[in-house]
Ligand binder design. Structure first.
Ligand code: HEC
Ligand code: HEC
Length: 214
């Protein structure tokens, strides 16, 4: 209980700070973006996403960004900005990120190498591994590895899942079609039907598996 209270406290402080636009000023100027302004913008992101980008579990689960594919990060930031992906927190946050900052920031986050956050349930991980590697043809579920790669590290617009938080993966797969991909015009449309076919037990199993991967 005490630990939870502490986490919540930290997180609401982080929220107040973060939503007050601590990160706003650094990239306002014109010209090439300095290493220093990239780092200071990244610091702003890591208030919520965990000090090493490993993710954070509080009232809301903050996804892991460490080692994430830059093209995927870039796509998601644009999707939040344009309202194609719905999340009130990130839709607010992206207003503090200039277009020229997006790619350098994504490259910076990709370079972070944090161990998995862990701590989620591990039951079902063996089934999760099977779903990930071979799919469940009878249930019309493709092998995740075909797109996300055998080690779940993703490629270009396909996200890394290795080390992603259990709670974020379950929430995302459960709500996928309500939060993104509705217009079917971006890369979210590729994933939406896969998410729709997964049962809650399969979602939990695959989340237990990928969240443990380095
Ligand atoms: C106030 C807290 C907060 C701050 C600050 C914040 N984020 Fe987020 N971010 C979130 C939350 C919460 C989500 C999960 C959204 C969801 O559940 O769909 C998220 C999701 C994301 C995603 C989608 C990840 C995925 O795997 O799909 C990206 C990319 C992202 N944030 C990048 C950033 C960047 C870059 C910054 C800094 C400019 C930043 N965030 C700052 C809270 C924050
Ligand atoms: C045909 C290719 C393809 C297959 C097969 C596939 N995915 Fe995906 N997946 C994607 C793409 C593309 C995205 C990025 C969607 C976006 O841009 O919003 C994605 C996104 C995701 C996300 C969201 C990650 C995040 O950080 O928010 C999760 C979770 C996910 N996939 C899990 C799975 C699982 C589990 C399977 C296997 C059951 C699977 N995927 C199979 C292409 C695929």
């Amino acid at each position: 209980m005490r630990a939870n209270g502490f986490k919540l406290g930290v997180q609401s402080a982080a929220f107040t700070l973060a939503l007050c636009g601590v990160g706003q000023a650094a990239d306002a100027g014109k010209g090439p973006i300095s290493r220093q302004s990239i780092e200071s913008k990244a610091e702003y992101c890591l208030i919520c996403h965990g000090a090493s980008g490993q993710g954070f579990r509080g009232y809301f689960t903050m996804p892991r960004l460490a080692g994430q594919q830059p093209q995927y990060i870039e796509n998601q930031l644009h999707a939040f900005k344009e309202g194609r992906r719905v999340n009130p927190i990130m839709q607010n946050v992206v207003t503090a990120v200039s277009p020229g900052m997006i790619r350098p920031l994504a490259d910076y986050l990709r370079g972070l190498n944090a161990p998995p956050h862990g701590g989620g349930p591990t039951e079902g991980a063996a089934l999760g591994k099977r779903i990930f590697e071979t799919g469940l043809p009878d249930a019309n579920i493709p092998a995740c590895a075909v797109c996300h790669g055998p080690d779940a590290r993703g490629t270009r617009q396909i996200p890394r899942l290795a080390g992603q938080l259990y709670w974020y993966v379950t929430k995302t797969l459960t709500n996928f079609g309500r939060e993104r991909g509705q217009r079917g015009e971006d890369s979210s449309g590729i994933m939406a039907p896969v998410a729709r076919n997964l049962s809650p037990a399969q979602i939990s199993a695959v989340a237990a598996y990928v969240s443990s991967l380095k």
